[in-house]
Design a protein around this ligand. Structure first.
Ligand SMILES: O=C(O)c1cc(C(=O)O)c2c(n1)C(=O)C(=O)c1cc(C(=O)O)[nH]c1-2
Length: 232
């Protein structure tokens, strides 16, 4: 059974409705954007979040490995290039390391992930495992939190420039790049998901995948919040 255009609209609306569970609502995100975090708390977030950044290309490689569609692979591979860069000194992971340096962290302590707390490790691992083991379209659906990311990125950029003036604004290049990358990536992911999920069963699976991903991001912030609570 295939669904009508109205049913597709309803499906997209249901996906977008998951924004209510996005991590911009997490108390730690809210405190960050209100300018309430101390320097050590910002450092704690940046060094823990590096674990997520480092895992994203492995997650995307798992999607590529499971995807039989050449047209999709041709576009999806761009994500790995964006994160890893195509030469030294380029890419999102490098930009995140520079953000870390701008907040006073060393590269080595970020790259070896010595400060990453168990809850963040588990959440990141769950995301990579999901992409490896679930049908590739569900893994694509799980990336759709990026539909909600640009608003949060814009708010975060403004908050950092306003409240955390001790951070060199050049260190914020990562967030600026995501303002254009995330809408492009999520538009492609939404195209793939609406094309492939045309039955109530596949649409329910896509919604569950996006819900799972909201849980991944929320759990990460729970763990970071707890680890950073008594720092300044
Ligand atoms: O800082 C954030 O709030 C945030 C959220 C998300 C997201 O919504 O999954 C991503 C990112 N950042 C991000 O930087 C990023 O590269 C990214 C890739 C993906 C993904 O699922 O493929 N999500 C996100």
């Amino acid at each position: 059974m295939t669904l009508t255009a109205t049913a597709t609209d309803e499906f997209v609306a249901a996906l977008r409705e998951q924004s209510r569970r996005y991590h911009d609502q997490h108390p730690f995100s809210r405190r960050m954007n209100e300018g309430e975090l101390g320097r050590e708390q910002i450092r704690c977030w940046v060094t823990n979040r590096f674990a997520y950044q480092a895992a994203i290309p492995r997650k995307d490689a798992a999607i590529l490995a499971n995807c039989p569609d050449r047209q999709v692979r041709r576009r999806w591979i761009r994500r790995i290039h964006d994160h890893d860069g195509t030469a030294d000194g380029e890419g999102g992971i490098e930009a995140w390391l520079r953000l870390g340096e701008a907040v006073g962290l060393g590269r080595e302590e970020m790259e070896d992930q010595r400060h990453v707390v168990p809850g963040v490790r588990f959440a990141v691992d769950a995301y990579v495992t999901f992409a490896r083991t679930r049908p590739w379209v569900e893994a694509v659906a799980s990336s759709l939190t990026e539909l909600f990311a640009p608003d949060l990125m814009a708010e975060r950029l403004a908050a950092f420039e306003r409240h955390y003036t001790w951070i060199d604004p050049q260190g914020l290049a990562y967030f600026r790049a995501r303002l254009t990358q995330a809408p492009r990536d999520s538009a492609h992911a939404l195209e793939v998901v609406t094309e492939h999920c045309r039955t109530p069963g596949t649409q329910a699976a896509a919604l569950a995948a996006l819900s799972f991903k909201c849980d991944v991001l929320w759990s990460m912030l729970d763990a970071i919040d707890r680890a950073c609570a008594d720092r300044q």
